[in-house]
Design a protein around this ligand. Structure first.
Ligand code: FES
Length: 125
């Protein structure tokens, strides 16, 4: 049911783990399955210099988190906001229909983390 790319990203996920010096955290939960995705970003001058994740979820959730963190590293926050779950799915060579919501969580967790960054920045001003 999964592509070889999904299985590889699940077995060898990139950017796993809490980030001690993260400047932003986005937490998203899957309403249907109860899974949780934590997205940690380190942002300097509106550029994402590092990204990591801690996901309590299925193989697709781990694989999409892995790809999403790789995709946004080095991007500005504006560029990262344009990353969609469809692009994440393309990188994975496809996902089964019942696993699309896992990729939506990846997109939403990026947005939630950037919202957190912006809220922290506004507070600091
Ligand atoms: Fe809910 Fe994958 S994140 S089943």
């Amino acid at each position: 049911m999964y592509t070889s790319k999904v299985i590889d990203e699940f077995k060898n996920p990139r950017n796993v783990g809490e980030m001690e010096d993260a400047t932003a955290l986005g937490v998203v939960g899957g309403a249907e399955c109860g899974d949780i995705m934590n997205m940690y970003l380190k942002i300097e001058n509106d550029v994402i210099v590092d990204a990591s994740f801690l996901t309590y979820g299925c193989a697709a959730a781990i694989a999409t988190s892995s790809v999403a963190t790789d995709m946004i590293k080095g991007k500005t926050i504006e560029e990262a906001l344009k990353v969609t779950n469809k692009q994440v799915i393309e990188h994975l060579g496809g996902l089964p229909a019942q696993k699309i919501h896992c990729s939506v969580m990846a997109e939403e967790s990026i947005k939630a983390a950037i919202d957190d960054y912006r809220a922290n920045k506004a507070k600091a001003q």
